[in-house]
Design a protein around this ligand. Structure first.
Ligand code: URA
Length: 440
């Protein structure tokens, strides 16, 4: 079939076959189909959607558009976790050594920050010497040796996603459910995991702020993962306020280390243990959720997960002494205090302006080419439900220059509401979405 016929078929509400999907994905990756035709097809998909079968096929075909990570020579159950991205979301930094300490295999391919949410690679690179540009052979050797490694996505993996995403970005077709699902899941499938847990954020700091959108995405991700033979489940979790207390690369690494020492913020510890429990159950390393959660909590409190983190840092060229001496991490020149204007209870710490403030200070990228300042960010001293007295700090802004400081300060100030009434903090885990018994 000619590409123009594929476009027409989708435009008129038809269902694309595997052969047709292979034709357009393969043709585009090989440079045989021009951008304008794929743009039209993406817009047709945006308006007409794709059913589950088509989305699963698109995911599978995209996953196979490049080299797959071959974990067949690694013994153990390979797992992966994906977050749709949030402010202060350093879950991966804690979860991967925790899972490795629990005996699972974690071959984690990750990305960099773009927009108001951070990227795991940027965070880890704030550890002096830490390398994420590992060759395939080196990456697999570390996974075999230590049960975990984390590297940047390489260009030869899922090239279809990179090319299609760039086109979606400039044709206003990013926010199409089947395209988002295929984009996320193709990378997970290519990464070789047998068990996948997805953390779909909801609330102002999330990629999809509205609960019903997060729910639709979570259900579709689980359905497609399951169809493609992976044990998959999802959590919808709160991102109305930032996760944990620190936002910004080195600040988040510090908080992750504290969490691995069993003295991190409760929301972060709980989320890591709940997500991890799901994977322990998938791997058959636990028989019930409560038991899985408590065994993970033990690993956080007896330093076994911390030692795995240290091993990963050492394996990848980083200075393992940061674990005992966080002052070896980049530190900003100034910490500017934001004070409570009056006494009361914190009713709101809006995640989005906090994320934007951290970006303005230099913690994130507005465009791909921007350089990041690893030291800067926002430290939240009070979160929703906390009491505060007038003049006490609500937050600190860690900054290295004055350029955007007053704007960032205004954003964090505006993110807070301090009221007179007691406030219950938002529920962290809003919903768990498992594969249905039919496997769909
Ligand atoms: N994250 C991805 O990886 N892909 C999308 O399309 C959207 C979010």
């Amino acid at each position: 079939m000619k590409t123009v016929d594929l476009i027409r078929k989708k435009r008129d509400g038809g269902t694309l076959s595997r052969e047709e999907i292979e034709q357009f994905v393969g043709g585009y990756v090989r440079g045989e189909i021009p951008d304008y035709q794929i743009s039209a097809l993406l817009m047709a998909i945006f308006f007409r959607g794709m059913d589950d079968e088509e989305t699963a096929t698109l995911t599978d075909v995209m996953a196979h558009s490049g080299t797959l990570l071959d974990l067949s020579n690694v013994s153990g159950f390979p797992v992966d976790k994906h977050s749709t991205g949030g402010v202060g979301d350093k879950t991966t930094l804690v979860l991967i050594p925790l899972l490795a300490a629990a005996g699972l295999v974690v071959a984690k391919l990750s990305g960099r920050a773009l927009g108001h949410t951070g990227g795991t690679i940027d965070k880890l690179e704030s550890i002096p010497g830490f390398r994420t540009d590992l060759s395939r052979a080196e990456f697999l050797r570390l996974v075999r040796r230590s049960g975990l490694a984390l590297a940047d996505h390489t260009a030869d993996m899922v090239p279809a996603d990179r090319l299609l995403y760039e086109l979606r970005d400039v044709t206003s077709t990013v926010d199409s459910l089947p395209l988002i699902v295929a984009s996320i899941m193709s990378k997970k499938i290519a990464g070789g995991a047998k068990g996948i847990v997805l953390d779909v954020k909801t609330g102002s700091g999330a990629f999809l702020p509205r609960l019903e959108d997060s729910r639709r995405l979570a259900r579709s991700l689980v359905s497609i993962g399951t169809r493609l033979g992976r044990k998959t489940s999802a959590f919808i979790t709160d991102m109305s306020q930032p996760l944990g207390n620190r936002v910004g690369n080195a600040l988040e690494v510090r908080e992750a280390i504290e969490t691995l020492q069993g003295r991190g913020p409760q929301d972060l510890e709980t989320l890591c243990c709940e997500l991890g429990a799901e994977l322990l159950l998938f791997a058959g390393k636990a028989t019930d959720r409560a038991g899985a959660v408590s065994s993970l909590r033990r690993l956080l409190h007896d330093d076994r997960a911390l030692h795995k983190f240290q091993e990963m840092v050492q394996n990848q060229g980083g200075n393992p002494a940061v674990v005992d001496d966080p002052s070896l991490l980049p530190t900003a020149e100034k910490a500017i205090r934001l004070e409570a204007p009056h006494s009361g209870t914190v009713a709101r710490v809006d995640a989005l302006p906090v994320g934007r403030a951290a970006n303005l200070l230099g913690a994130g990228r507005f465009v791909k080419e921007d350089r990041i300042d690893k030291a800067v960010g926002v430290e939240l001293v009070r979160k929703v439900g906390d009491r505060v007295t007038r003049g006490e700090p609500l937050a600190f802004l860690h900054a290295n220059d004055e350029t955007n400081l007053s704007q960032a300060m205004a954003l964090v100030e505006g993110a807070y509401t301090v009221g007179d009434r007691p406030v219950t903090p938002p529920v962290l885990i809003v919903e768990r979405i498992a594969a249905t018994s039919s496997g769909r």
